[in-house]
Design a binder for this molecule. Structure first.
Ligand SMILES: CC(C)(COP(=O)(O)OP(=O)(O)OC[C@H]1O[C@@H](n2cnc3c(N)ncnc32)[C@H](O)[C@@H]1OP(=O)(O)O)[C@@H](O)C(=O)NCCC(=O)NCCS
Length: 171
């Protein structure tokens, strides 16, 4: 049985593997694809609170300088394997360094193709938001992220502050 990567809305039904994933990330919480480690507990209630915060951010960003963002969870059958953020617009920092889409796969589930497939699944969602092309960025030395972006058709534009910047057409 091969992997079955899907993007789903944050929901407490994933609490068991959500807790495992968050603990795997530890202080390196899903950077660029989550809200930080804001959950007080790694149980179902903590997961529900975290999911609610992510869903709220789609319309009401938690900070004034943040843009609306759709947070999605990357799953493989019954397990949460990663996190993805689809920002609806770019502010000055996102244009230079952050990009529209960020993602991270939990350490124990890397090198299985989840990031590549999750990014491919996110592109039509970006098109639905009216984005004809999306900006993706990665650190100069992040081979995994770079290959994920290039494998999804990323066209390199330039590097700014140590970040490689790529555009991907969504249509
Ligand atoms: C970067 C990251 C998301 C990759 O996730 P993944 O699910 O392991 O990636 P995939 O299995 O889909 O691999 C995609 C491509 O990258 C390559 N790759 C993945 N990790 C790699 C690594 N550490 N070194 C070299 N190549 C790597 C794969 O071989 C594949 O290349 P291919 O298309 O030539 O076969 C994951 O390592 C991660 O979460 N890192 C920490 C957070 C992060 O850096 N996020 C990206 C910020 S933009």
């Amino acid at each position: 049985m091969g992997p079955m990567t899907e993007l789903v809305a944050p929901d407490a039904r994933w609490h068991a593997s959500w807790a495992e994933a968050m603990l795997e990330f530890g202080s390196g919480y899903p950077h660029g694809s989550g809200l930080g480690d804001v959950s007080p507990t790694y149980d179902e209630a903590g997961c529900a609170a975290y999911a609610a915060g992510l869903l709220r951010a789609e319309h009401t960003p938690p900070r004034e300088d943040w843009v609306p963002c759709t947070y999605l969870w990357i799953t493989d059958r019954e397990e949460l394997v990663g996190f993805l953020a689809l920002r609806h617009a770019l502010n000055a920092w996102l244009l230079d360094e952050g990009g529209h889409i960020g993602f991270s796969v939990r350490p124990s589930r890397r090198r299985e193709g989840h990031a590549a497939r999750a990014l491919a699944l996110a592109l039509p969602l970006a098109a639905d938001l009216g984005l004809e092309r999306v900006l993706l960025t990665c650190d100069e030395d992040n081979d995994g992220s770079r290959l994920t972006i290039e494998g999804n058709g990323g066209v390199y534009e330039d590097s700014r502050n140590g970040k490689r910047r790529y555009w991907i057409a969504t249509g």
